[in-house]
Design a binder for this molecule. Structure first.
Ligand code: F6P
Length: 480
């Protein structure tokens, strides 16, 4: 296959822009929010980069175009392909399977077939875009077959893969009827990156048990029986982060601070403001959080509206059945709590089913006394890092589920098991009552970590490790 012109190609399910094509065929776009594009934009500009991804709109077909300092390369998906590949196999099979089967994953052969054919389409686009000897960085669970397909098409390029969500334990991963094909897809990469060490270990254990490839520490060897010349695949952890400095600056701007004061006022100046911010997803433990808050009100340990919970739940994957069910359950629970404990014009829970601009989010973080992150399983959880970056004033307490990737780093948070409702209630009460000295000490430690390890450093670490196949600085502690 002839080489393209881009030294660095990012392949992700979505493009980093929201595109619209007007009736006259003219194109406009805006950068979508998110740290990934912020982190990669400078390195893409330096390396004549291209980004291959879906526009988010069904059937939208468009030539590659220049935007955001890179070449944007749209991959077309039809309505039925979105249903089978994105809503089906990615979010009805892999998402629940990789998040501890919180809901039942569904296994449908037609969904798998669509996943294979769409992964081939992404791989073909990347193969066309990448220059001779260039680098391709593939992202996330929707595209696990891309590395192997791409290697067949373009054996000359370096391939990295990063999984943004957890990689499940062998016992759960093994349920997947196409588990071997998925591993072979990932093993097309030179470097497979994960959020946590435990994810990298789960992956290596799956390779040991489900293939006959030799592994040693973090390295899998693809011998001459499978690849010529023989090659090595490394697995390691690279915890992702946010654009911490920019978020810190935004949250400390006079406009955001003023808005934070206004928000508290609009809520009736509660004594304690609790905050939850999530995509409306069953992995986020929103029901567990509401249960804990509702019980604290019922027990009389908290009283509304002096204590108020703001829950922002941004709409997500609304055509997937389990997400619809979750929305009904969350909304019924919010209604019940407000019916039981709210006052006229003063709700106990302010529930918002929409997204907000970054400035408004920063103001909410600044306004909140306690941030509740109660995920049942989460690759990283960047909301926790945003809250910390927003608190230059060293105010606020982070209550954080130990089942998030962030818990490995943010050890000065109050760590909870969200399934333990009594433990969660106790942590909320402890957060509310925490002495200012302890609060400041914890927040200072959290901020040191988040400001030092930002998304730019994450991207640099991954790309450096991909370019220099030296042993990972941290040896793998093998557990078997
Ligand atoms: O965390 C995984 C992820 O796919 C992110 O990359 C993305 O921002 C988020 O989930 C939302 O996913 P979707 O693209 O399905 O709306």
């Amino acid at each position: 296959m002839p080489a393209g012109e881009h030294d660095l190609v990012v392949v992700a399910n979505r493009l980093p822009v929201d595109m619209t094509v007007a009736d006259d065929g003219s194109l406009s776009w805006t950068r979508s929010p998110g740290g990934l594009v912020t982190a990669l934009a400078p390195v893409m500009q330096r390396n004549a980069g291209a980004w291959v991804g879906w526009s988010g709109t069904p059937d939208l077909e468009h030539e590659p175009f220049d935007g955001e300092g890179m070449r944007l390369w749209p991959v077309r998906l039809s309505e039925s392909e979105i249903a089978a590949y994105y809503e089906g196999f990615s979010n009805g099979t892999l998402w629940p399977l990789y998040h501890d089967v919180i809901v039942d994953p569904q296994f449908h052969r037609a969904w798998w077939n669509a996943y294979v054919s769409i992964n081939r389409r992404f791989a073909a686009a990347a193969a066309e875009a990448v220059a001779e000897g260039g680098t391709v960085w593939v992202h996330d669970y929707q595209l696990q077959l891309v590395p192997a397909v791409l290697r067949l098409l373009r054996p000359d390029v370096k391939i990295g893969f990063f999984n943004h969500i957890p990689f499940p334990p062998l016992e759960i991963f093994s349920q997947l009827p196409w588990r071997r094909q998925v591993l072979e897809g990932l093993l097309g990469a030179d470097l497979v990156g994960f959020q946590r060490e435990s994810d990298a270990k789960n992956f290596l254990r799956a390779v040991r048990r489900l293939t006959d490839l030799p592994t040693r520490g973090r390295v899998v060897t693809i011998g001459e029986r499978w690849a010529r010349p023989a090659r090595q695949v490394r697995a390691a952890s690279f915890p992702i982060s946010i654009d911490s400095t920019a978020f810190d600056a935004l949250a400390s701007s006079p406009a955001v601070q003023k808005r934070a004061v206004e928000i508290r006022k609009e809520l009736g100046d509660p004594e304690v403001l609790l905050l939850g911010v999530d995509r409306l997803d069953y992995t986020k433990g929103i029901r567990h959080r509401l249960k804990a808050f509702g019980e604290l009100l019922a027990d009389g340990r908290l009283a509304a509206p002096e204590a108020t919970l703001v829950q922002v739940a941004s709409p997500s994957r609304e055509r997937v059945e389990q997400y619809r069910q979750l929305r009904d359950e969350v909304e019924a629970t919010v209604g019940r709590i407000n019916g039981d404990y709210g006052a006229l014009g003063r709700a106990a829970v302010h529930y918002m089913h929409h997204s907000y601009p970054m400035e408004e989010m920063a103001a909410m973080y600044r306004a909140a006394d306690v941030m509740l992150v109660t995920s049942l399983r989460d690759g990283m959880n960047l909301v926790a890092k945003e809250y910390v970056a927003a608190r230059r004033d060293l105010g606020g307490v982070l209550v954080l589920s130990e089942f998030t990737g962030a818990a490995d780093e943010l050890t000065q948070a109050l760590l909870i098991n969200p399934h333990d409702i009594d433990g969660t209630k106790a942590a909320i009460m402890r957060a509310i009552a925490m002495e200012p000295t302890e609060r400041r000490r914890r927040m200072r430690g959290l901020r040191r970590r988040v400001l030092d390890h930002d998304v730019q450093r994450w991207a640099e670490d991954f790309l450096t490790a991909l370019a220099n196949p030296r042993p990972h600085p941290r040896p793998l502690v093998e557990d078997e």
